[in-house]
Design a protein around this ligand. Structure first.
Ligand code: 3PY
Ligand code: MG
Length: 248
């Protein structure tokens, strides 16, 4: 089934509950562009978990502390921007997955109910479960990542790839030209690399027209706009409709 998510920039537990009530498949908490600490993220994760909503976190870098902190507070996956080499993705997997895929640090944290859920009793089962539950999702949004996308998508421990068409088009010198044949062929290439390896390809869309185009090309999931942008657009439309009533 094709899935739909959105980015969270507003960072409120109430907003997280609204997003859960909307029926979205997932939310990506954006710590690349949004001002969220791990403590704040933990509270937002609680709100989402309460209503059965999956949360991925977009982290700022592949550095070990950035990777571990968001996994340890309970992120179900990491979306990682600005990838420029296969080596960076190897490093990411190394920090995010337990052996045999990587060398993630082992500690009772919020993810394992601070050890209450059998964390120490069966370490092998716990690590296997974490490796399966936590999705590692590098972004393809630079020319370097595109150049090596077949190798990146094939890496064990990479669960999916997320195309950032905004940054990718800017890096390709065709800023935000989402109809440009060069961008379309880049998107096709990433989707093909993912599917050749049995992995999902996610992509950002700012509107329904782009979402339909990416789905037609074979994308598996659309990260649709941002909470803040959709809220603003909904109220702007309401205000316009109100003014059109002629009363003001
Ligand atoms: C991009 O389009 O560059 C993204 O990262 C989507 O948020
Ligand atoms: Mg981007």
């Amino acid at each position: 089934m094709k899935t739909i998510g959105t980015f969270m920039e507003l960072g409120s537990a109430n907003v997280m509950e609204c997003l859960a009530a909307s029926g979205l498949d997932y939310v990506i908490l954006d710590t690349e562009h949004g001002p969220f600490s791990p403590e704040g993220a933990a509270d937002l994760l609680r709100a989402a978990e309460n209503r059965g909503l999956t949360v991925y976190v977009r982290i700022g870098s592949v550095q070990r502390p950035d990777v571990l902190r968001m996994l340890d507070v309970g992120a179900r996956g990491l979306v990682v921007p600005n990838i420029r080499s296969v080596q960076q993705v190897r490093e990411l997997v190394d920090h995010a997955k337990f052996p045999p895929l990587g060398r993630r640090g082992y500690c009772p944290t919020r993810t394992s109910a601070w050890g209450a859920d059998g964390w120490a009793a069966d370490a092998a089962a716990y690590m296997e479960e974490c490796n399966r539950r936590v999705r590692v999702i590098p972004q393809c949004e630079t020319c370097e990542a595109l150049e090596h996308i077949e190798e990146i998508a094939a890496l064990p421990g990479v669960d999916a790839v997320f195309i950032g068409p905004c940054d990718l088009s800017i890096d390709m010198g065709i800023p935000l030209q989402f109809e440009n044949p060069q961008l379309i062929s880049a998107v096709r290439r990433v989707i093909a690399a993912c599917h050749a390896n049995g992995k999902e390809c996610l992509i950002f869309a700012g509107n329904l027209k782009d979402a339909a185009k990416w789905l037609d090309l074979g994308a598996d999931s659309i990260a649709y706009s941002l909470d803040a942008a959709l809220l603003t657009a909904a109220f702007r439309k309401t205000v316009e409709d109100f003014r059109a009533l002629g009363g003001a």
